[in-house]
Design a protein around this ligand. Sequence first.
Ligand SMILES: [Zn+2]
Length: 204
Amino acid sequence: MIHPNTKLKYINSEVGYGVFATRDMPAGTLIYVRDQLELTISQSEFLDLKKALQDQVEKFSYIDENGDRIVSWDMGKYVNHNCDSNTISTGYGFEIATRDIKEGEEITDEYGIFNLEYEMSCQCGAANCRSKISPNDFETYFESWDERIRQVIFEMFNVDQALAPYLDDNNLKELKELMNLPLNYKSVYSQRYLETASLRIKTN
Ligand SMILES: [Zn+2]
């Protein structure tokens, strides 16, 4: 589920839609939570879909640590990548604002965490744009992603969290442990699907 203070807006024919903040949200705000309603599509279920539907799933899903494809039931699936994103996925079942987000600003994400099967070109316009997002980015960047998360994750306990009621019980337990034992931080690498290579089965 995407944060309620967001709206969908058409950007252009190349990018399509994007998700934008409808009010200021401070760093540490949970922007997305993987709730119980998200569609979870296993690899075998995916391969059983018609090619046209597979293409739609590939466009709107991310791949989790089990190799399942997750499609948001709400407009969370329209969040675009930016190499200087203002949110990032964590190992705790949510995405967090890594800096203050202003009303009207586009919510953007780091797709490198989504166990990409294929390289994607990127023209996000960020000063640090990598120009392509690659399946190997996880290994290259996870430590810097962890650093970004660590800088804001404890802020989450100090700001309003509209999405807190939707957190998974296991994640809530892990967050309590983190609050008591900050060294217990769980790396974003826990989201890595370690058999990505075996997923590279093309059905066409
Ligand atoms: Zn970029």
